[in-house]
Design a protein around this ligand. Structure first.
Ligand code: IMP
Length: 434
């Protein structure tokens, strides 16, 4: 039995906390795409953990974690995360498996990304500068270097030399940047082999085996639906499939094994990086939300752009991901607002749009259609039962659910695990966890 958790907006929906919360119902947690561009923050007993590559399930001693083939791996970022977890006394051996099919992020990926973002200037994507896009480019271009090749020293050295010779041409001739030294790269990567090797396996085989044994797997999506390379706001997207379908491709588990999809959405909207954002608030309400919600990137520290909840976006995400249920996070951030707006539709050149537009030029021009809701002006962070929420907050949540056409089953009202309302009686939730 497997369940996928996905972000329904532009990432940073608070997936880390929810994954952590539901992990107790699963045996294995698997990541299926992205890389260390992601930042999953979990607060456990008042202590903050930020993980970029390793699934947050690792914080639960009895769970196994998998980094699937769809993930692009920076081995230096991985080893840093090993160190961080070891310092926290968290045992990794026998609990973490990394796919031997993962593509390696190489120094030329980060260099090429920096050069390209500079060339794009004001049209830049606003990436996390981790080399993610160029690594996926090489994967699709069939020039990528996979983790299994790292363990064949001669093959690896040759592959790096060939690739560096080619990338140096681009770096120096196209961008006017300095060339890279292939041998230095080979040595640095080979030095990591003893640390990484014990964790590497055919994880597709492993996952299928545990599923056959009747164990439960949670697939943890990184980023969000609107950052998906196919279904997001292209080209202002990441370079992988962050939507639920990516879970199968990125782990080698069949769609028939997926029982449900949990979508995570903030009670409002945020985005980091460039690209259109119809409900963005460039005013003091946006700043208030940023301050109260501590809306700064977990990976890059960049301030996030903030705006009202966009019902068009999340309804679209519900369709693309086939959401079984919806989790609303950070409700408490709205606690002291007098008035809260919800975007129910878009108007484009006088016409009401029925669907989320596929073209960003259209998205950049749409005007959100808003409805106004009264604020509840009460602290929701200590509330444990849905029925104890202020009436205005319940009405707000009911309206979100209605617009997205999906049941809400979990509401998060603060960063700590304790600050959560779980609607245990939700039939969708029960069916998924049965
Ligand atoms: P990249 O993934 O570094 O290539 O960045 C592409 C776009 O995705 C940029 O707008 C980034 O800000 C955004 N992005 C990448 N990872 C995350 C994330 O974990 N949360 C939010 N935005 C992200």
């Amino acid at each position: 039995m497997s369940v996928v958790i996905v972000g329904t907006q532009w990432g940073d929906e608070g997936k880390g906390k929810i994954v952590d919360l539901v992990t107790e119902r699963f045996d294995v947690v698997a990541r299926y795409q992205g890389g260390h561009n992601a930042g999953h923050t979990v607060i456990l007993k008042g202590k903050k953990y930020v993980l970029h590559l390793i699934p947050s399930g690792i914080l639960h001693p009895e769970k196994a974690c998998v980094i699937g083939n769809g993930v692009v791996l920076d081995p230096f970022a991985l080893v840093e995360e090993f160190k961080f977890l070891e310092e926290q006394g968290i045992e990794l051996e026998g609990r973490l498996l990394i796919s031997n099919r993962c593509h390696l992020i190489m120094p030329y990926h980060t260099a090429l990304e920096a050069a390209e973002e500079k060339r794009l200037d004001k049209n830049k994507i606003g990436t996390t500068s981790r080399g993610i896009g160029p690594c996926y480019e090489d994967k699709m271009g069939r020039r990528g270097i996979r983790l299994d090749e790292l363990f064949m020293p001669e093959v690896f050295a040759q592959r790096v030399r060939d690739n560096v010779a080619f990338k140096n041409q681009i770096l120096t001739r196209v961008y006017g940047w300095k060339p890279l030294d292939a041998d230095e790269i080979v040595d640095r990567y080979q030095a990591l082999v003893p640390t990484i090797r014990p964790y590497v396996a055919d994880t597709s085989d492993y996952l299928n085996q545990v599923i056959r044994e009747g164990k439960r797997v949670l697939f943890e999506g990184a980023q969000g639906t609107l950052l998906d390379v196919d279904h997001g706001t292209y080209p202002f997207v990441t370079s992988s499939n962050a939507t639920a379908g990516g879970a199968c491709i990125g782990t080698g588990v069949a769609p028939s094994e997926i029982r449900g999809v949990i979508g995570i959405s903030k009670a409002y909207t945020t985005r980091v990086g460039e690209g259109p954002f119809p409900t963005e608030l460039n005013n003091e309400i946006g700043e208030k939300i940023r301050d109260r919600g501590q809306e700064y990137g977990a990976s890059t520290g960049r301030p996030r752009r903030c705006g009202w909840f966009d019902g068009v976006v999340v309804r679209y995400a519900a369709q693309i991901n086939g959401l079984s249920t919806l989790v609303i996070t950070k409700l408490d951030v709205l606690d002291d607002l007098d008035e809260i707006l919800i975007c129910t539709g878009y108007r484009y050149r006088g016409q009401l749009l029925e669907h989320f537009p596929t073209t960003i030029q259209v998205l950049a021009e749409v005007e959100p259609v808003y409805e106004s809701h009264p604020g509840w002006k009460e602290d929701t962070s200590t509330i444990k039962d849905y029925r104890d929420l202020p009436e205005a907050a319940r009405r707000y949540l009911d309206r979100l659910s209605e617009l997205v056409e999906t049941d809400i089953s979990i509401i998060s009202t603060g960063p700590d695990r304790e600050e959560t309302i779980v609607l245990e009686e939700s039939p969708r939730l029960q069916k998924m966890f049965a």
